[in-house]
Design a protein around this ligand. Structure first.
Ligand SMILES: Nc1ncnc2c1ncn2[C@@H]1O[C@H](COP(=O)(O)OP(=O)(O)OP(=O)(O)O)[C@@H](O)[C@H]1O
Length: 390
């Protein structure tokens, strides 16, 4: 049996004061202008990133989110300097970075694979960059100890990376980034290799750390929960272009495109007839009734539209109806998740996914039941069906 050494974790206040001493005095502002990347020599090839404009505010936690191949990693690697832009500008505060080598940019990157040196101890991994900068060794020791304490890693300083769990290795990678006191912290899918529970725990840990340090942070992920729970703002990308930049709540409630509505959270799209539009709200008819719903500024009466209704905004109640027509729908299936129950409901406007929180507080329904189906008007969102980028 292996004997577990009981390590006394440092008091929370020790960790916090180590974090405070690493806090960023001047977080950087990152500006991307018409940023473009075409891989290879063929200028007519499809760009991986197309003319991206983005302002990342000092101290902001911004996430690049999108499906595989949408260009988020390429964008991050251009900010870091690992890829050269084909066109456009990258600025940190007022400085143009395009021609600045990665190791000369005041930025640090944390990778999915941790990228630790396997033959070096935790201490030496964290010290590596400072030694390259020829910092006097007493200062190196002091700085590394502070970074290790800030990540609760003091007791592990002499271990090799392979003697640590994935989560611990990722914290070493973070300490190694922080010790350089960067103006911008970059993360490339840093939690993908961790198991589900640890991933959730690390989200909170990274976010708290980032807030405490006040450091500008660019985080790449394809996991929408990660993006929603961690970010000040999310940049949703699709085939090399930015579809929307906004707070998680705005992106969820008021997506600017069908792609964003579908990619973030779950969505029901209803075909509706539009009767009129005024001051950001529209009168529509669907499910046998008239509704007044908030509407996207670019919706026009005669142009193609769809009504977004999130699963938790659908309202169900018993009915005497016995046919799927008008407001009457029929339960196709139900799934009990403990904290919520989910139904698939057939309606004349299409099948709806419905999520009811706290099932014990509500009447539950069974497959075959007929129900009156409605939704919370104020939480629906009428949006144009535009040309999605190819
Ligand atoms: N080194 C490369 N050479 C050629 N094409 C590349 C290279 N790296 C990426 N690409 C292409 O550029 C596009 C964008 O890739 P990128 O890795 O930026 O996307 P991503 O959104 O980060 O995807 P993932 O989540 O799968 O990493 C893809 O079509 C990809 O195949």
């Amino acid at each position: 049996m292996t004997q577990q050494t009981q390590q006394t974790p440092p008091a929370d206040s020790t960790v916090q004061s180590a974090r405070d001493s690493l806090a960023t005095a001047t977080p950087g502002r990152v500006t991307l202008r018409s940023l473009r990347k075409v891989y290879g020599d063929d200028a007519s090839a499809t760009p991986a990133v197309r003319d991206v404009d983005l302002d990342i505010e000092p101290g902001e936690f911004i996430t690049l989110l999108g499906p595989s191949g949408c260009g988020k990693t390429t964008t991050l690697r251009m900010i870091a300097g690992f890829e050269t832009p084909t066109a456009g500008e990258i600025r940190l505060d007022d400085d143009l970075l395009n021609k600045v080598a990665p190791n000369k940019r005041p930025m640090a990157m944390v990778f999915q694979s941790y990228a630790l040196f396997p033959h070096l101890s935790v201490f030496d991994n964290v010290a590596y960059g400072l030694k390259l900068k020829k910092m006097p060794s007493a200062r190196v020791t002091e700085e590394v100890e502070t970074a290790l304490t800030s990540m609760n890693l003091g007791p592990y300083r002499d271990r090799a990376p392979h003697q640590m769990s994935g989560g611990q290795q990722q914290r070493v990678a973070l300490a190694r980034a922080l010790v350089m006191r960067p103006k911008v912290l970059l993360f490339d899918e840093p939690l993908s290799n961790l198991d589900a529970k640890l991933r959730v725990q690390m989200r909170g840990e990274i976010r708290r750390l980032q807030r405490r340090l006040g450091i500008t942070t660019v985080f790449v992920t394809h996991d929408q929960d990660e993006a929603m729970t961690m970010s000040d703002r999310i940049v949703v990308m699709n085939v090399g272009v930015i579809e929307q930049v906004d707070t998680p709540e705005e992106i969820y409630r008021h997506p600017l495109s069908v792609f964003v509505a579908d990619f973030i959270g779950r969505a029901n799209f209803l075909d509706v007839d539009v009767q009129g539009i005024e001051d950001g709200s529209a009168r529509v008819s669907v499910l046998g009734r008239q509704w007044t719903v908030p509407s996207h500024p670019e919706v026009e009466v005669d142009a193609p539209v769809t009504l977004l209704v999130r699963p938790e905004s659908v309202r169900l109640s018993p009915t005497d109806g016995r046919a799927v027509t008008g407001s009457v729908g029929r339960v196709l299936s139900s799934m009990f998740y403990g904290e919520s129950i989910e139904y698939d409901i057939e309606t004349e406007a299409g099948n709806l996914v419905v999520s009811v929180a706290d099932p014990h507080a509500h009447e539950t329904f069974s497959p075959g039941d007929y129900l009156d189906v409605g939704f919370e008007e104020g939480r629906a969102w009428l949006m144009p069906v535009g040309d999605e980028p190819q």
